[in-house]
Design a protein around this ligand. Structure first.
Ligand code: ZN
Length: 327
């Protein structure tokens, strides 16, 4: 009797021990699983955050850094397919209007045999340490161009804004910050940036700027706000915005030689009555400066008239402002 009781107790102890072991096992598995999950989640969150920061950095430093692409090599004839600037392909929605505007401009703007060519050389992103050299070359050939500038506060830049105006070129706006994420965040942020560059340039030059170029162009795929709301705002301010129909290609990652830049421009200029030529005035755009002299010579060689943008210039817009109206 006593023996069987002792055996029963032994068995009971063994059973409890097993249960305790199983419980511990389950608990350990749970703890390991929990720690593992938290670890994975944390590392994913860190990765997402880092990527977000990198993306914002990339968006904000397109051509200002000079190392990345901004305004792409888009020409009306190749609109859409050649959209080089397609970081976030999903955020477009302008394709349709873009094509319509292109078709209208394109048809009226095609040069027939014997038609004169009006060429507007435009330089984005300046002033830079190349501006003076660009201005010297333009002076040498007695040619006027258009500078779509951004806000720079150093004394040299201030003198360059003044020199651009004094030498008869068109000083135009290209946003103050050129930071895509801030500029295109909302209509309010765009308005603030716009007022800042407009007032700043007026303060320095005493001249009101009447023309604007959107960083990345009006057909950019980066803005999270509908570009039409910005266009409508500019319409209301009496500001005409310009895109381009001829690109030198100096904004693309491909390192074109000066000769290739000239060739890119000349190939397209002959097609149009009015050519708005996209180039960049930025520290790293050395090829652009080298291409300028042979480009002017080639343009003058075909009898093209090189002009600064003014109120009589045929507008070239990827989204037709006239169809957008005012707010
Ligand atoms: Zn730019």
């Amino acid at each position: 009797m006593e023996e069987s009781t002792a055996n029963g107790l032994k068995q009971e102890r063994r059973r409890r021990k097993r249960i305790t072991q199983i419980r511990r096992g389950i608990l350990s598995i749970f703890v390991i699983w929990f720690v593992f999950s938290v670890g994975i989640c944390t590392s994913l969150l860190i990765k997402v955050h880092t990527l977000e920061e990198k993306m914002n950095y990339l968006l904000d430093n397109f051509t200002v850094s000079g190392k990345m692409e901004e305004e792409s090599k888009q020409t009306p004839g190749e609109a859409g397919e050649s959209a080089y600037f397609d970081l976030e392909g999903g955020i477009d929605g302008y394709e349709e209007d873009y094509d319509i505007a292109q078709a209208v401009n394109q048809k009226d703007n095609l040069a027939g045999p014997g038609d004169p060519h009006k060429v507007y050389l435009t330089f984005d992103d300046g002033p830079s340490n190349n501006t003076a050299q660009i201005l010297d070359l333009l002076k040498k050939y007695q040619v006027k161009a258009t500078f779509f500038v951004i806000g720079r506060e150093d004394e040299e830049s201030k003198a360059l804004y003044q020199r651009i105006v004094a030498e008869g070129h068109t000083l135009a706006m290209h946003s103050y910050s050129h930071k895509y994420s801030a500029l295109y965040q909302s209509l309010e942020s765009f308005e603030q940036d716009f007022s800042r560059i407009q007032n700043y340039l007026y303060e320095i030059t005493g001249q009101e700027c009447l023309f604007y170029r959107f960083p990345g162009g009006s057909s950019n795929h980066v803005s999270s706000t509908d570009m039409k709301s910005f266009i409508s705002y500019l319409n209301e301010q009496g500001i005409t915005y310009f895109d381009w129909n001829v690109s030198s290609g100096d904004a693309t990652s491909q390192a074109y030689t000066p000769e290739e830049l000239v060739e890119n421009v000349m190939t397209d200029v002959v097609k149009y009555k009015t050519s708005i030529v996209l180039m960049h005035d930025a520290e790293t755009k050395v090829s652009t400066v080298k291409a300028l002299e042979p480009m002017i010579q080639a343009l003058q060689g075909i009898g093209a008239e090189i002009l600064p943008i003014d109120e009589n210039t045929t507008v070239v817009q990827h989204i037709a402002a006239a169809n957008v109206g005012k707010q």
